[in-house]
Ligand binder design. Structure first.
Ligand SMILES: [Fe+2]
Length: 222
């Protein structure tokens, strides 16, 4: 049975996410998502792992709750260096809260005016210009909620810095029929503030599902 904290946070998110484009509402959703620690998600055991998991995947993920309004899921990394590569969630705001270990989030902001990006390089790849925002860190011991909105932080990659790490995220609205696109940056050490032409690449990340007891709409008394 899902924890009362999880149910009450998901219920509150339903009330709030309609206004998620407003900064004040984002701050309230972020503070709700902060309540989702490993225990609230029923995943205390992740916080106790000290050794890498012997599995042939980069990422394992579980859906906790899904609706048209928002989705809530958990992503876990089984070893140091395991990475969810650069990808986007068009039109969606993400709230990311670490629940185990430590991770680095590298992100790009979308460029709305392509003339800012300078001439498009000659390339047979699909390209998209974006401004590198730098790296921020997620640490389950000093947690905070990172907000990745439809412009800032929209293209992001997350890398594990500890043998096991995990985060929970709330994405609003839900991503029914909104495919994400994966990107590569040719510069391995991009400079914060600089604009890069990112290449659109196929999704190749080795990802596997794991099971967390899902929360249903009926559990939320909606
Ligand atoms: Fe993402």
């Amino acid at each position: 049975m899902a924890s009362q904290t999880l149910i009450s946070v998901l219920r509150r998110c339903h009330e709030l996410v309609g206004g998620v484009s407003e900064e004040a509402v984002k701050a309230v959703v972020a503070s709700e998502v902060m309540k989702l620690d490993a225990r609230a998600c029923g995943l205390e055991y992740f916080a106790n792992f000290t050794h890498a998991m012997d599995i042939p995947y980069e990422v394992i993920s579980a859906m906790i709750y899904t609706s048209k309004t928002f989705v809530c899921s958990v992503f876990a990394f089984p070893r140091i260096g395991a990475t969810l590569p650069f990808h986007d969630h068009p039109g969606i705001t993400g709230f990311v809260r670490p629940i185990a270990g430590r991770m680095a989030v590298s992100s790009f902001a979308l460029i709305t005016d392509e003339t800012e990006a300078g001439p498009r390089p000659l390339s047979h790849h699909l390209l998209r210009p974006a401004r590198f925002e730098g790296k921020r860190f997620l640490d389950a011991n000093t947690p905070s909620t990172s907000v990745l909105d439809p412009i800032n932080g929209q293209i992001h990659a997350i890398e594990s810095l500890t043998p096991v790490s995990a985060f929970v995220d709330v994405l609003a609205p839900g991503y029914d029929n909104v495919p994400c696109t994966y990107y590569a940056c040719d510069d391995p050490n991009p400079e914060p503030g600089r604009i890069y032409w990112l290449r659109v690449v196929p999704e190749t990340v080795r990802m596997a599902p794991f099971y967390v007891e899902p929360v249903e709409s009926s559990d939320l008394n909606l």
